[in-house]
Design a protein around this ligand. Structure first.
Ligand SMILES: Cc1ncc(COP(=O)(O)O)c(C=O)c1O
Length: 408
């Protein structure tokens, strides 16, 4: 999958000398810059090595414990529910809506019970939403925590995503809006305080693995062949950095660590260019919207213009059994990197189920079988080459839809 959405190869290289300033300095600067951007006090920003660790910190902040229930959207990444069982609380999945990729507020209302303590609010692909006031007032014991992993620097009616509920967690993993390789932060609600514990640092070996993996990702975004060669070499050397099987397959929680120094310098370089990056991504998305609108039967989602899309989703009008294969075929036909998020109600397919029963979230299951996505990446120029790729994508989608029609 094409990642490093806001990082160019030159910026990657130019930011590395910043590591000489040391991790404390770089983390402090990053925290300050995030606070300035989001117009919040610096004490509300808490950096971690991942979005999942930031989520666990928010569960702690809200005093979630045995006897409580945490509601998680049924269209999420497995590492989110993984963080709940260690708190002693129980988990409940609630379906999402086809039209918004977020909750149906009436359905959520029906699922909230006396012991529901936290509701995780999704903002899939970066589409920011706000919990209606009537729902918040009806359930005053509930804290609404934003899963803003896909939506760093998205806005909802002019407000920064994450700043208007009861806290938010963001991700800086490879594939997210800004990438640190890994990383994330919690945005605490106004007035909240969470002591900063002394967390372990990522090991030196892990930072080398991050560096090697990230370099291969960035090369792939710009130059596919050298990128593939670099990735194969990184794999060969056992240097790929990714979530462990114990988290994905066994559902183990993630122990929090500090944000690595490497991640901090890369993130600061991307933050400095954020307005230009957002403008470029908006141009790209506008082209996708136009191109997909010309293929009848393809579903798209509306979002405000100040949405920071992590990838651009579209859905086919029929269920696809092997999404990964179709994504490869469409990608080969058009030359664009087609993604499959989410390929299951609890992504990735084959990951730990946390007691989820098939059929419990029909809308999310339908979305998992129909939604694909396009890269929203500054390494992708809005030029004549993109036009040709989009024309080929249109042709590939047209013939796919015709084949389906004929097979009925
Ligand atoms: C919707 C969503 N929430 C949370 C996360 C977790 O973020 P991280 O990988 O930084 O822990 C992900 C991860 O990929 C995600 O897709």
């Amino acid at each position: 999958m094409l990642t490093a959405n806001s990082l160019t190869f030159s910026r990657f290289l130019l930011s590395l000398p910043g590591m000489l300033a040391g991790r404390r300095y770089q983390r402090r600067k990053l925290g300050r810059e995030l606070a300035t951007l989001l117009q919040v006090e610096e004490s509300r920003i808490m950096l971690y090595d991942s979005g999942r660790a930031a989520f666990a910190a928010l569960l702690q902040l809200h005093g979630v414990g045995p006897g409580d229930e945490v509601i998680v959207p049924a269209f999420t990444c497995v590492v989110v529910p993984n963080q709940v069982p260690p708190s002693g609380a129980t988990l409940r999945f609630v379906d999402i809506e086809r039209g918004s990729l977020g909750y149906d507020w009436q359905l959520l209302d029906m699922h909230i019970r006396r012991h529901t303590r936290v509701v995780v609010v999704p903002h899939n692909f970066g589409i920011a939403c706000e919990v209606p006031t009537w729902l918040r007032e009806k359930h005053r014991q509930v804290r609404f925590v934003d899963d803003a992993a896909h939506g760093f620097a998205s806005r909802c009616a002019g407000q920064w995503l994450g700043s208007y509920h009861d806290g938010a967690f963001f991700s800086f993993e490879y594939s997210k809006n800004l990438t640190g390789g890994i990383g994330g932060f919690a945005l605490l609600p106004a007035g909240a305080y969470l002591p900063q514990p002394a967390l372990p640092e990522a090991s030196c070996l892990d930072q080398w693995r991050l560096l090697a993996t990230l370099k291969a990702h960035i090369l792939s975004a710009r130059w596919p062949l050298p990128g593939r060669i670099a990735m194969a070499a990184v794999r060969r050397l056992g240097l790929v950095y990714r979530s462990g099987d114990h988290e994905v397959v066994d559902g183990a929680p993630h122990p929090a660590r500090e944000l690595p120094l490497l991640s901090a310098v890369l993130l600061r370089a991307q933050l400095a260019r954020l307005p230009a990056t957002l403008a470029h991504k908006q141009r790209l998305v506008a082209r996708y919207q136009q191109a997909l609108a010309a293929v009848p039967g393809i579903r798209q989602w509306h979002a405000d213009t100040d949405c920071h899309w992590v990838r651009y989703p579209f859905a086919l009008p029929f269920h696809v059994v092997d999404k990964a294969r179709l994504a490869r075929e469409l990608g080969a036909a058009c030359g664009l990197n087609i993604g499959v998020w989410f390929d299951d109600v609890i992504h990735p397919a084959g990951s730990f189920r946390h007691g989820y029963h098939t059929g419990a979230a029909p809308h999310a299951e339908e979305l998992a079988a129909t939604v694909f996505n396009l890269p929203v990446n500054i390494n992708l120029a809005v030029d004549a080459a993109l036009e040709r790729k989009l024309q080929r994508l249109q042709q590939a989608l047209h013939s796919l839809l015709q084949q389906q029609e004929a097979a009925r």
